[in-house]
Design a protein around this ligand. Sequence first.
Ligand code: ADP
Ligand code: MG
Ligand code: MG
Length: 877
Amino acid sequence: MAKYVYDFTEGNKDLKDLLGGKGANLAEMTNLGLPVPPGFTITSEACRHYLAEGAVPDGLEREVAEHLTAMEKRMGKTLGQADDPLLVSVRSGAKFSMPGMMETVLNIGLNDESVHGLAKQAGGNDRFAWDSYRRLIQMFGKTVLDIDGELFEQALESLKGDRQDTDLGAAELQGLVETFKGIVRDQTGKDFPADPREQMRLAVMAVFDSWNAPRAILYRRQERIPADLGTAVNIVAMVFGNVGNDSGTGVAFTRDPGSGQQGIYGDYLQNAQGEDVVAGIRNTIPLQELERLDKSSYDELLRIMETLENHYRDLCDIEFTIERGKLWMLQTRVGKRTAAAAFCIATQLVDQGLITLDEAVTRVTGDQLAQLMFPRFDSGTEKKKIAKGMNASPGAAVGKVVFSSERAVELAGQGEDVILVRRETNPDDLSGMIAARGILTSRGGKTSHAAVVARGMGKTCVCGAEELEVSIGERRFTAPGDIVVNEGDLISIDGTTGEVFLGEVPVVDSAVVEYFEGREPDDDLVRAVDRIMRRADEVRRLGVRANADTPDDAARARRFGGEGIGLCRTEHMFLGERRQLVEDLVLASGDEERQAALDALEPLQKADFVGIFQAMEGQPVTVRLIDPPLHEFLPDLTDLSVKVATGDASDKDRKLLVAVKRLHEQNPMLGLRGVRLGLVIPGLFAMQVRAIAQAAKEVPGAKPEIMIPLVAAVQELEAVREEAAGILADLGVEALIGTMIETPRAALTAGQVAEAAQFFSFGTNDLTQMTWGFSRDDVEAAFFSRYLELGMFGVSPFETLDRDGVGRLVTIAVEEGRAARPDLKLGICGEHGGDPDSVHFCHQAGLDYVSCSPFRIPVARLEAGRAAFAECDSDTR
Ligand code: ADP
Ligand code: MG
Ligand code: MG
């Protein structure tokens, strides 16, 4: 027989799945001997049954009745008994805290008779009794009967006038009860239910239903809380903070949730009930002042707070009520905190001997660390928001608006801060993006060019702000409300929220980034980060490398703790002035011309590698041979056509137009790229391998690894590997030769591929794209938000590695690759390498390292450390 109801004496804090956070912790406090009113919890399992079947499970009503009877016996009074009533609250409480999202009803059990009994209990305090009764009808009406809460509020307001609620007398409150009952009758066509047990039964179902209230659904989506957990319901004997001035209600934290400082943080409100303290109906007083009002309750509260901190070994938040000088605990939980407080509290608890440093590592998250690494807008200032796009790359950036890469470079060269605004960016905007403080686009999703590049650079970016009309030609954009922003105007963009503001919003710097850049720890937060990072580095098994293709990025990667480069892309080495040479390569009419173009590229490539090898000082550098289709380096088809049509074209332009048309592809991502280029264009890969080898010879200790992209079959790899190995041997350079695993076929035939590869690096961007059949450049803007809404996935598979599908391919490739070649080195170099959950997956899958953009390295280091503790997952909600 299923058990659906647990007395507070039967539960404990580890039963959150079943009893919800509130119920589990009320039970825990009960068992600690703290003053908790008697009560019991209906499980979330009962709720799930109710939501699925539309009716409560068999036996639930009987179990509830039994527990209620036991409670009545203990209290010596029965629910709603006319002369001496027991009253209860019916409170929601799910596994994850969803503050204020679901419902609670207080004072269940009051009706026209028991209201007099309640007054008698309080020594003839009629005012208190009628106040409690009007609260019940108000809460019950709104929550259970679905009546617009405003109707009750307005009636209360018009009665109060300029007075406070505590100024209302018994007779007035009695009148208000009549008014409220009238509202119930008008709105529902029925009387307010007087039967206490019926009140309770209806309230329980209303709490179940509140799991699916629109705001609860929205909150869950935002916080990625699963939609099928359901909520538990707690039935708690009422205690009263509204009996008079010797009573009251309050909330407290065992330490400051903003900074982690120890001390007394909380608010108290005299002669009040429940929500009053947070609802702002009257001004609360700081908790410290309770000492003056009621010293013995205050002292007891401080003792309890200490007990709770020592017991939970963490910051707790608390709800309490004082009824005529007697303290009651109504809720506690491990409290939410800011990212900075999370780090400080974790190390403080270590110093207090409450937790070990290892536990401290599990108590903070990579997401929290990432938050600490971005400059932020000062929250205290007023802002004028003009649009909201996607929060593509966090941070806060302020600058003058520019609409072209050239202008960005020009103004930045004069020492101006600029924000590059484009409809969308392309590889030619790179210099402008580097020069800008931030990037704003009106099109494209979180993996659009702008977003990916900005994240890689650690640069603030808001993308897909669709409300903005960007006119590059007129050098201005417009926002809703006839706002026109011209080139040179100041704007501020928040990449953490996606918001765009007019004018300059002040920013504050991140001390944590300065620390990673090499500054000695000199405040509590940075010292805390330092201690936790050191420990994470000691315990992690995963290596952490960087995706970096310039000496600057490489150097930053090392400062941030990278242990090599896992992905050095070579395509940027074909951009800018070197496009000319790519054009020559494409237009070459014979072996000789082609070789001449390659010969011209080789020394340039070599110089690039020398810089990177030097910056890495003997750490391994995985160089990926050229990957994108060559037409990406050629002029735009339309531009060329126009030039030719208007007679502005040179001879070369005309030839280029022919070549561009010839190379045009319907699906470039699935076209002539990666290893296919190496096989189709003789000498291209050989040139790159020679450049790598020559550079390695020049830099003592250089450790190159040569990586072939987009391999699907071992035959492809075999062909280019042989040529590369020959070149290395001729030049007397040692380098590993390996492949990316980024096509499903390569993963599925990993045993064969490993015969020809000394290492695998999972290119999970392409692998995700090809496994799902999602064109990355199209799907996000087109339908991902709808997919998220429909729950097709909880998070984009381009953000967090899809364990079931893509992850399975990775696992297969790891197993079969290692079986074929036991010393096969394994890494990952997609965007996922810096994503917390994906890092945990990589640890579990047995990879040797993850590689991510330099700014994500600390996050990856921390999460790799946390992953080493088996029971720790990537979030700590
Ligand atoms: P929430 O989850 O929104 O905080 P709660 O269930 O905690 O909702 O209840 C709302 C308010 O009512 C809280 O301030 C709580 O302390 C108070 N409250 C709940 N049950 C009781 C009770 N039995 N006696 C007195 N106050 C209560
Ligand atoms: Mg609460
Ligand atoms: Mg790829």
